[in-house]
Design a protein around this ligand. Structure first.
Ligand code: MN
Length: 460
């Protein structure tokens, strides 16, 4: 049976227009004046007054991940359920082998965590935290398995690679048409700052976290990896970019004709570092993530960059912990598990803070949440666009259905949101995953029907 969504505004990366959408099975059959193609038994759904977005893609999640001697509150079951409720029909999580383990092992482990449990479609990036001939020898198999994007870290001893390895890995990926994301923060100086803050008796202060990881030590790492990428003649993705100084490094690299893709997240666009100075320790600790949330001027710079197209994607870095888990760091700020819940709220937050606040257009939102991640991560045009032949992943967004975000009401097992009490402009009313209704009136009605997505190469 076919489904006809009537009366909505179809949003694309170029503009939005009034059009009907005809779904046949898992894909979109036609868009526009399509009534004549709809047989008598077509289910007709009135979506007048609503925007129809391609299903949102969140290319940065961490589900079922061991961090700081604990495991994220959300696994692939609750995490993807939260995702689809917020309009995200595709997530890309980071498979993460430990140093000394093979990439194959990491991939198998992530399939074991995810397969059969996902409420939305899913793929994996592969983390490279070790580099040698054996790892390089595994890369072709990774591409064959649908892994076309990778990640390396410039901080954290457990993940850190020396410059030669960064360079050689970038060359090896470039030769195969792969792309690599980087967590950019300086390692050694941050460790020294942590030691200084502890020696000064500030271990139990949450604000020691942002003080130990300043914006310029992120920008330093951004500048360094961009120079290493220049040597390797390789494209770079900067994940969770937070500040103006880092964007200046990006500008400089682009002026050298380097290819740089920039991702940011809602918490860096909509919050500022005053959250770390709350007198209530638990309240402040809720916001601990790395890199930390920056200043208002940084958020303003991120919005400008997003509007100009200098930032390509908005993902979430969803890495959720309960209040009890955050409490493990009560006496030592470095033991607060770092990460925030976000996969469920990104669409409404960016619509509210971006489109409704007139900072960005509907099309810019569509590019950042749908089209660009689909192209960057080898999913386009199956995902990321509403057109004939694409998967019928559709978000029905009602711009008039404002509501207030409450952590306790979200599907995430974190029980908290960094946007507690935030009033949205509009809300996700319904979501289709490959033609099947997965969310109706804001409630999840689908099943664990998510499919693994073998991805192709970057086309952005
Ligand atoms: Mn992350």
């Amino acid at each position: 049976m076919k489904t006809l969504l009537r009366g909505g505004f179809v949003v694309t990366g170029k503009g939005s227009h009034r059009a009907d959408v005809l779904i046949d099975g898992e894909t979109i059959e036609a868009i526009g004046h399509v009534l004549s193609r709809a047989p008598w038994d077509t289910e007709v759904v009135d979506v007048s007054g609503c925007y129809l977005f391609p299903g949102f893609i969140d290319a940065h999640t961490h589900f079922d991940l061991d961090v700081c001697n604990t495991t994220t509150a959300d696994d692939f079951d609750s995490g993807t359920r939260a995702a689809i409720r917020g309009g995200t029909t595709t997530i890309i999580d980071f498979a993460c082998p430990n140093k000394g383990e093979t990439l194959h092992h990491g991939l198998q482990l992530w399939h074991e965590k995810a397969d059969g449990r996902c409420w939305c479609d899913y793929g994996f990036h592969m983390t490279i935290d070790d580099w040698n001939a054996d790892i390089e020898g595994e890369l072709d198999d990774m591409f064959a398995a649908g892994i076309s994007s990778f990640k390396m870290y410039l901080t954290y001893p457990a993940m850190l690679l020396p410059d030669r390895a960064l360079y050689e890995a970038l060359v090896a990926l470039r030769k195969r048409g792969g792309v690599c994301g980087f967590h950019c923060e300086n390692a050694g100086v941050i460790d020294a700052k942590i030691a200084e803050l502890k020696a000064a008796g500030l271990s139990d202060k949450v604000f020691s976290h942002p003080l130990s990881r300043p914006d310029y030590l992120e920008a330093e790492a951004v500048g360094r990896i961009l120079r290493i990428a220049e040597a390797a003649d390789a494209p770079v993705i900067l994940v969770h970019t937070t500040n103006r100084a880092s964007l200046q490094e990006v500008d400089a690299a682009r002026k050298r004709a380097q290819t740089v893709y920039v991702e940011t997240c809602p918490q860096y666009l909509l919050l500022d570092d005053s959250v770390y100075y709350d007198a209530d320790w638990a309240e402040a600790a809720k916001y601990v993530c790395a890199p930390p949330i920056r200043k208002k001027e940084d958020a303003a710079a991120l919005w400008r960059a997003l509007r100009r197209g200098d930032i390509q994607t908005v993902s979430t870095d969803h890495c959720s912990f309960t209040a009890a888990q955050k409490d493990m760091g009560r006496d030592d700020f470095t033991k607060i598990p770092g990460g925030l819940a976000g996969v469920e709220t990104r669409g409404e937050l960016i619509y509210t803070g971006g489109v409704a606040a007139k900072r960005i257009s509907l099309s810019a939102m569509c590019r950042a949440l749908c089209e660009n991640p689909a192209k960057l991560y080898g999913l386009y045009p199956r995902k990321g666009v509403l057109e004939a032949g694409s998967d019928a992943d559709i978000v029905v967004y009602d711009p008039k259905a404002d509501h207030v975000l409450r952590g306790a009401e979200l599907a995430s097992r974190a029980g908290v949101t960094p946007f507690e009490g935030f009033r949205t402009s509009g809300s996700v009313r319904a979501v289709y995953l490959r033609g099947t209704l997965a969310v109706e009136r804001g409630e999840v009605v689908g099943g664990q029907n998510g499919q693994y997505l073998a991805r192709g190469k970057c086309a952005l």
